[in-house]
Design a protein around this ligand. Structure first.
Ligand code: ADP
Ligand code: MG
Length: 695
């Protein structure tokens, strides 16, 4: 039988393959490029391209592409074949070094937020050699960054790589102070757990809302939802199991470390967790995972829904961004150590994260802001829109002892002295987890749970890396000048705890009282995307990004514009789809059913029979129908008004307050009718039919 170890990574030009296909000189110089982030010499690039091409052709590839992540959030590729004509009419398969390192896609249709006028549409893509090339659908894919000719980032990868450099630089300064001169690079690591829904393709095709918007715009709750919690970690259905097996195999071939899979809380909802890797690789792999999930589902006659909230009243999907910081010597900087000095170092990195999350709450909120995720955050199934941190009771006691100088319970009479004392053992236990916190410490990493299931993880990690880099920089600036390291370190940690402990909340984030408490603490509560996005342009955020060279001012403005525009487009499409469904399906169907009732009522009357069902139902339906008709007109008017608003920030607020609200209102009426109108007359299949479509 075929073993996983036989095909794991078989479609990846990974380190092992490079070693076997490249001369040792070329291999060494490529490795150096990868480690130091230097530019690749063209003669080396030529040899690498040659070897890559031969390897890819052996595996059946005929084309190559620069694979990149434009600001649309999905990945883009333009395939070129390897063939090159010869004078005698034959072709040879060719791939040159310069084609490997640089590409020029005609990129005029990708969003640039005004960075690139359409007349100078061309941007270029540049190989990110730290992420391996791979083969997908007979095409050699080269992971690349995408920039304009003036060097502005047009993608999600470039700023992510820049943010990794920023945190590397500052963390190295801090580590040096702790005597870690052997460490030469620091990288952030991420393990993104991915949630998704799996439904039957036939069911999907019967719902225009799912097809056009990725979510159901209408639909009454089924008699049985997730109340019994019988789906969570339940037995996986054979058809789903086959899908998962196939998916794992495809991911493993691409060297993606898919590790665990299980049923989630909602019916038809599942989760896939990979083993963590370096952040840019994790981001690439997550993009691929989402793409392959959808492809494999299709093969199994199912559809994989990645939308954050496909069904109202049923838990939505997120992506848990497990994040930590590691050295090239294998040290996890967010893991408590065994000695006083290791613990002091851990605490310093910990308070850097605490300070970062507090000072840049707005950026973390923005990084997960989207029209679709707005339905999930704060709906008591996912973290609230208020950004806070969970550190657990044990660590909270430690921080408290440092802050107040009061003794830790188990330690007798002394308070915890940084650099002298060992931390009490902190449990790394999953049972201790607070599932209601957006940002939870889980023993040796943080889990950022607010990220949406369909989003690229790049944005969240750009914000995190950069904010933490900034705090480490401030710490290093202070401590590098210190004459009494141990004392100054203690004071710095203590001061940071005092100033930023408001961000720590270990209680129930779903509780109403937390909203009040958070507001008392002065924490932000940015409930929706239109409310969150303008914070992008706060001076402190512009300073952060420009000083660490993550974004230039024009790049920040471009990202802001794109995010705003995306929001408005999504809401518009949803509203148009809703109107279409109302006009062409719901109203006519309701009228038909009314006619049926009217006929029946008349017939029964003639015969002198009881007709209360017809009469009462007709009354309810006709008043609801009138209501739908007037709400529909209100929605049409709101959309008309929206089309006259030119400032994008005004438009997004308007859509939120005047379009989404009416859509919700009209939906309520239609959903209430779904419960009383005969199934025969109802134009669309029900939630029950969709959620239990995979047998
Ligand atoms: P579980 O939640 O099942 O107990 P873990 O806590 O071990 O499992 O891991 C959850 C996710 O966190 C996995 O994707 C895992 O790879 C990831 N993870 C574990 N350690 C780290 C780390 N140091 N950095 C980033 N992600 C990590
Ligand atoms: Mg988790």
């Amino acid at each position: 039988m075929e073993q996983v170890t036989d095909y794991f990574g078989s479609l990846v030009f990974d380190d092992k393959t490079m070693k076997s296909k490249l001369s040792s000189d070329v291999y060494k110089s490529l490795k150096k490029t990868i480690q130091d982030g230097k530019e690749l010499d063209i003669s080396v690039a030529n040899s690498v391209a040659q070897a890559m091409k031969e390897w890819a052709i052996e595996k059946g590839a005929t084309h190559f592409t620069h694979w990149f992540q434009p600001m649309t959030g999905i990945t883009a590729e333009k395939h070129d074949s390897f063939i090159s004509p010869e004078s005698d009419g034959r072709v040879i398969m060719e791939f040159k070094g310069k084609e490997l390192v640089k590409g020029e896609p005609d990129a005029s249709s990708f969003p640039s937020g005004g960075l690139r006028a359409t007349c100078e549409a061309r941007g270029y893509t540049a190989w990110d050699p730290t992420s391996y090339a791979f083969i997908k659908d007979k095409c050699l894919c080269i992971p690349t960054a995408f920039c304009s000719y003036s060097g502005e980032a047009l993608d999600k990868k470039t700023p992510l790589l820049r943010s990794m450099q920023a945190i590397n630089k500052q963390a190295l300064r801090v580590l040096k102070l702790f005597g870690h001169t052997e460490v030469t690079s620091v990288k952030t690591t991420v393990g993104p757990e991915q949630e998704y829904f799996l439904i039957d393709k036939e069911a999907y095709l019967k719902r225009p809302d799912l097809i056009y918007t990725g979510r159901t715009l209408f639909g009454a709750k089924p008699p049985k939802g997730q109340e019994l919690d019988d789906h969570y970690f339940g037995v996986i259905k054979p058809r789903v199991q086959e899908f998962m097996n196939d998916l794992n195999k495809e991911l493993w071939k691409l060297g993606i470390l898919a590790k665990t899979e299980h049923n989630e809380v909602a019916p038809a909802q599942h989760e896939l967790a990979p083993i963590f890797s370096t952040t840019n690789i994790a981001a690439d792999n997550n993009q691929l995972t989402m793409e392959i999930m959808q492809k494999v589902a299709k093969k199994h006659n199912m559809v994989c829904l990645l939308h954050e909230k496909p069904f109202k009243g049923v838990n939505g999907s997120g992506k848990h961004n497990n994040w930590s910081i590691s050295t090239n010597t294998g040290l996890n900087l967010l893991e408590p150590g065994d000695t006083p000095i290791e613990n002091a170092q851990f605490l310093l990195f910990l308070v850097a994260v605490i300070k970062a999350v507090d000072e840049y709450q707005d950026l973390l909120r923005i990084s997960v802001a989207s029209a679709s995720n707005d339905f999930r955050l704060g709906a008591n199934e996912a973290p609230p829109a208020i950004i806070s941190m969970f550190v657990g009771d044990d660590l909270a006691l430690v921080l408290d002892s440092i802050e107040t100088g009061k003794p830790l319970a188990h330690k007798g009479s002394n308070s915890l002295k940084i650099g002298v004392d060992v931390l009490p053992k902190l449990p790394k236990d999953a049972t201790d987890r607070n599932r209601t916190s957006p940002f939870a410490f889980t023993g040796n990493k943080f889990e950022f749970r607010a990220v949406g299931s369909s989003e690229s993880i790049s944005c969240a990690n750009i914000m995190l890396n950069t904010a933490v880099a900034e705090e480490l920089k401030k710490f290093a600036d202070i401590l590098e000048k210190s004459k009494d390291f141990e004392n100054d370190l203690h004071d710095l940690i203590k001061k940071t705890i005092i100033e930023h402990k408001r961000i720590i909340f270990n209680g129930n984030g779903y509780d109403e009282s937390w909203v009040k408490e958070a507001s008392k603490r002065g924490l932000l509560n940015l409930k929706s995307t239109p409310e969150a996005l303008p914070h992008y342009l706060n001076q402190k955020n512009i300073d952060l990004f420009t000083s660490h060279e993550i974004y230039s001012l024009s790049e920040i403005k471009a990202r802001y514009e794109i995010a705003q525009e995306h929001y408005t487009k999504v809401v518009n499409i949803e509203a148009e789809t809703a109107l279409d469904m109302i006009n062409k399906y719901y109203l006519p169907s309701i009228t038909k059913f009314s006619n049926f009732l009217i006929d029946s009522y008349k017939n029964k009357k003639e015969l002198g029979l009881e007709s209360a069902y017809e009469y009462d139902t007709l009354k309810t339906i006709s008043s609801a129908e009138a209501n739908i008709y007037s709400l529909k007109a209100k929605l049409e008017k709101a959309l008309e008004k929206a089309s006259t608003i030119s400032k994008v920030e005004d438009l997004s607020i308007y859509l939120k307050d005047n379009v989404l609200t009416v859509m919700a209102e009209v939906r309520d009426v239609i959903d209430s009718l779904e419960l009383i109108v005969s199934k025969e007359y109802w134009p669309f299949i029900s939630y029950g039919d969709i959620l239990y479509s995979v047998k």
